[in-house]
Write a protein that binds this ligand. Structure first.
Ligand code: HEC
Length: 111
């Protein structure tokens, strides 16, 4: 068997063997669900992000103005302004644990 195949197999078996429940990691969820607007680095510097005037999560002052509970709520319920949806809620796609992990992930984007 080729070495690369062994590694591919191990990457499937190891998480199962360690009993990890299936949940995508925060970085996977961020890259798949959030980065297209908020940018991979959280700066909001994507085309859509600029249009939506997103906050820059790499900015320490922006971070200081955020509350963990409000961030979690925004991810869960979405963000609306004047009755218009600005960001959809992710409560159907992400578990509470995944949402809390994302809040921690965003916190770590601060420069
Ligand atoms: C369609 C673009 C879009 C996507 C995709 C998106 N967001 Fe947002 N997000 C926004 C907009 C617009 C706002 C409101 C403006 C702002 O707070 O910068 C927002 C606000 C937030 C806030 C609120 C911050 C505060 O002020 O309390 C958090 C936290 C957040 N997003 C996290 C996420 C996470 C995590 C994901 C992926 C699971 C995600 N967003 C996906 C557009 C998006």
């Amino acid at each position: 068997m080729k070495i690369s195949k062994i590694f591919a197999l191990l990457s499937v078996i190891l998480p199962l063997a360690t009993g990890a429940a299936y949940a995508a990691s925060a970085s996977e969820n961020w890259d798949n669900g959030c980065a297209k607007c908020h940018a991979a680095d959280g700066s909001g510097s994507t085309k859509i992000g600029k249009k939506l005037k997103l906050k820059d999560y790499t900015d320490a002052q922006v971070q200081a103005g955020l509350k963990d509970e409000e961030m979690a709520k925004a991810i869960k319920e979405g963000v609306t302004e004047n009755g218009k949806e600005r960001m959809k809620g992710f409560k159907d796609e992400l578990s509470d644990a995944e949402i809390n992990d994302l809040v921690a992930y965003i916190r770590a984007l601060k420069k």
